[in-house]
Design a protein around this ligand. Sequence first.
Ligand code: NAD
Length: 476
Amino acid sequence: MQSSNEPSFRESVDIMFNRAVALMDLPPGLEEKIRVCNATYTVRFGVRLRGKIQTFTGYRSVHSEHMEPVKGGIRYSLGVNQNEVEALAALMTYKCSLVEAPFGGSKGGLCIDPREYDDHELELITRRFAYELIKRDMINPAQNVPAPDMGTGEREMAWIADQYKRMNTTDINGVACVTGKPTNAGGIQGRTEATGRGVQYALHAFFRDPQGLEKAGLSGKLKDKRIVVQGLGNVGYHAAKFLSEEDGCKITAIIERDGALHDEGGLDVQAVYDWIGKHGTITGYPNSKLEKDGAKLLELDCDILIPAALEGVINLSNADRIKAALIIEAANGPVTAGADEILRDKGCVIVPDMYANAGGVTVSYFEWVKNLSHIRFGRMQRRQEESRHQLVVDELERLSADSGIGWQLSPDFKEKYLRGAGELELVRSGLDDTMSTAYQSMADVWHGRDDVKDLRTAAYLVSITKVAASYRAKGL
Ligand code: NAD
């Protein structure tokens, strides 16, 4: 529970922004121009469902148009409100700038619990919401490009893209009006996993930074690190799966909306995910005991805490009991401004949301570029790359035979080396490069300036500097 003297999500983002700009030398007035949200559109619309008209409230907020289109997800949740979408839109501006995705920041939301509606009803609601936004150019490949967020996924994005095409039949770039689509509807491979994959790459980057590790009081490799994850949705599931299956981490607790599972030996992420998929709840999962008060496990002794559900979960009421050495903010805004200060004083290192969950928008950027170029990544190069590699392999084998040395290339090496990169490999490579470059830019400021005590302030500094430069280039 958040206490009443906690700032709102929007205020929390502003407090963190202000802390960073206090260390910068921006021209008078520019600081406010960057901080404020340019516009928020509220729409109320009716859909006839179950024999009566039901009215829904939705939002699309545009934080900064220093680059266009603006970009940001659409969230379906009962918690959606103007304050929340504006905070999330602001974070999108800073996030895109930090990872050099050429977009301004935006966010949308619909105040709805999607679990209360069947597929057909959700399609009607989504198409009607999309219609309201499209007719005002708030969904448009050149102006405003949404993506999935909490409560939405590929399916909703496919409906939105189709609705746009119906209303703009001659727009050849229409499919680029939204990202996160299924691959058979103009999507890109690796988008669904992207945010969780980005969290994994962010941790790889952190574990390559000895100074960062020292500040967090961690040592060694990722393998066997004990991790607590909150929220086994799109982001949390992929992050937990990759970290446990590929990096050998132990997921010691999974916290969901209706309780939490705890096993110091490590939980089987896929089995828990499958159980939730089948039963709609974490309750009853046979292989470990259920803690009813799930949020309590945020305070578990662990190396890394990954809040991947919603904002404000680490706040003034629990911050001083958090024991994790490192928190990586897979969700947006999981740590309030007040908690951030308490944790910083305790020496806990926080990898901030604007960086940690930027994998989603990074791969969305790749998808948008793919849609505008109308060609799959790798289509022109793959075979050519494979033939050049074949030449090298043939030549090595010939030299080995001719010289009588008799070396053999292992079949595994040959198989890997000869395979040209397809779309998924290219997307993962682009994402890894983005996360690694962005981490370095933050770490340079974090370790290089005495007045910068934490990664979040460093992230804001890097990002605001770029936004300010782009305003200056526009003559503002
Ligand atoms: P999702 O809807 O797929 O998953 C959210 C999960 O959190 C669900 O499993 C839900 O049951 C669980 N949850 C909800 N309330 C909870 C509570 N009180 N305690 C514990 N668990 C709870 O959403 P998502 O797309 O994974 O998004 C999660 C977070 O990541 C959000 O903050 C979102 O803004 C952020 N994010 C998502 C993306 C993306 O690409 N999907 C990109 C960037 C950031």
